[in-house]
Design a protein. Sequence first.
Length: 461
Amino acid sequence: MATDGGNLDTEATTKGNSGNPADGGTTGTAGSQGGGRPDDKGTLSVKPPRGTPDILPDETERWQYIESCARQCLSVAGYREIRVPIFEHTEIFRRGVGETTDIVNKEMYTFTDKSDRSLTLRPEGTAGVVRAYLNGGLHRLPPPVKLWYMGPMFRYERTQTGRQRQFHQVGVEAFGSAGPLIDVEVIMVALACLTAVGLESFELQVNSIGCRVCRPAYRELLKAALEPLLPQLCDDCRERFHRNALRMLDCKSQTCQAHYGQVPASLDHLCLDCQSHWRLLLELLAQQGLAHIVNPRLVRGLDYYTRTVFEILSRDPRLGAQSTVCAGGRYDNLVEMFGGPPTAAVGWALGMERLLLLLGDRIQSHLAAFIVSSSPDRALALANQLRQAGVSCDLDFPAQGVAARSFTKQLQQANKLGAAWAVILGEEELASETVTLKNMASGQQSRIALAELPAHLTRRP
RNA sequence: GCAGCCGUCGCCAAGCGGUUAAGGCCCCGGAUUGUGGUUCCGGUAUACGCGGGUUCGAAUCCCGUCGGCUGCCCCA
C-alpha cells in the first residue's frame, strides 16, 4: 500500500489534472443519492457502511485472544461448536424472537432474494441454532446437548459506544435439561469465559420471569397495577404497556422507577414449578459460591425467555451507556414452537465488542526473529525454514529490486517490528554456515552454527 | 425514529474574514553502505467533508447535505 492506495477512481486520468470539472461527472449528485457509495469527490468511498467497522490487524490480535479463551473455556465444559447461516428465512426470527419485539419490528436487515424469498440477516443467535438443532436431528442425541457459536449479528440501530450494526457474539445453548443445575453450569461457564479473558469486576444479576403457566396471570396482575399510573409515566412506558408490559419494569426513567417500587414482582407470583426451580437455583448459586444479585426488575427483550433470566454487567465507563456484557436465560418453549418435541433449554450470549472495550490496550504481537542479511534470497529461504519449525520470523523487503539494504536499515526494521532476536546472516556467516544471533533487548550477540538456530529461537529470550 | 456536539494531511492538532494553511507523530532518505532503540539533518502530502449563499476576499459567517461521535429507544 505504499503509494496512493486511496484513489480508486476508475477513470484513467492523466497526472495533469489541470482542469477540475472540465469533463463531465461533477454534476456529482448523480450516484450519491441513497446508496452513497461514491463519495463527494466522485471517487469510491472507502468508508464501510455505518456501524460496520473494519477490524484492523492490531485489533484482530485482541479478537483472537478472546476467541481462544472462549473456545478453551467452552470446550473443556463439553460444549461443541455449531455454525449456522448468517441469514435465515425471515420467519425464523419473526416467530423465534417474537413479533412484539423491537428487534423484529424495527431492527432487522430483511431483504428479498432473486427467488423472491424473504431472508433476514440474523439479529441474534438462538433462533438459528434452535432451527439447526432440529434440522440436524440433534434432538435425538442424549441430552443435554450443549452447543456454542460465535459470529456476527446484525441489527439496524443507532450506533454508539458498545453498539454496532454488525456486532459479534459468542453464545451457548444447552438443550434437554429442565432442572436448575444446568442453568448454573451455563452461568458458570459464562463467568469462566470472562475471567479467562481477564475481566475482574462484574456483577451477576438473576431473576425469574415465570413460564407460560404463571406469566399470563402475572402479566394481567401487573397491568392492572400499572394502568392507574399510566398518566404519570413516560411516553415509552405508555407504549410498552400495550406492547410488552413487563418491559416497563426496566425503564430508565427515575420517575417511572419510583412508581414501580410498589408494583407486584414476578418472583412473588410464580407457579409452584417455577417457584421450586427458582429456589433451587438460588441454593445452587450459593453452593457454588457464585456471587449474585436478585433483581426482580430484570426482564428480557426477546419473547422466548422463561423462568431463569440473568445478566452479567459491568459499570466500567469504557462501555459508554451500555452495561450488559453477557445475558441469557431459559427458553423452555422455543424448540416446541419450532415444531420440535417439548425441550427445555437455556443459553446466553456475550457481546464481543463490549468485552473488547473492557479489555483495554492492545496485546503485543510476538515476532521471534528478524533476519538481517546481505543476501535476501538466502534470508527468505532461512525464514521459510524457521517458519516450518514454528518460529515466527520476518525479513526485510527492499522497496524495489532484490539488493539487500544496509544492516543498519535492517536492524531498524527489526526494532520497529519488535523482534526478540535479530538473526544476522552476512557474508562471513554464509561462508561458515553460522549465524550471528543478537538479542534485541540486551544487545548481546553470539555466533552459533546455523543448525542450532531453531533450537535457540524456540527458547525464550 | 428522536436529541446534542463535531468535521483542517494516514493520525493528533493550530488557525476563528485577507497566512506560501503552523506544529507534532507516522512514513522515506542521510549522518551510520556489518550492527537497532537516543540524537541531528533533509524529504514526501491532490488536508480545510461536500454543495450553495453572504463578501472585494471564506478553513473561518449563513443555509443545506453527507459523515463521525455521544445519548434516548432497544439490546449483547
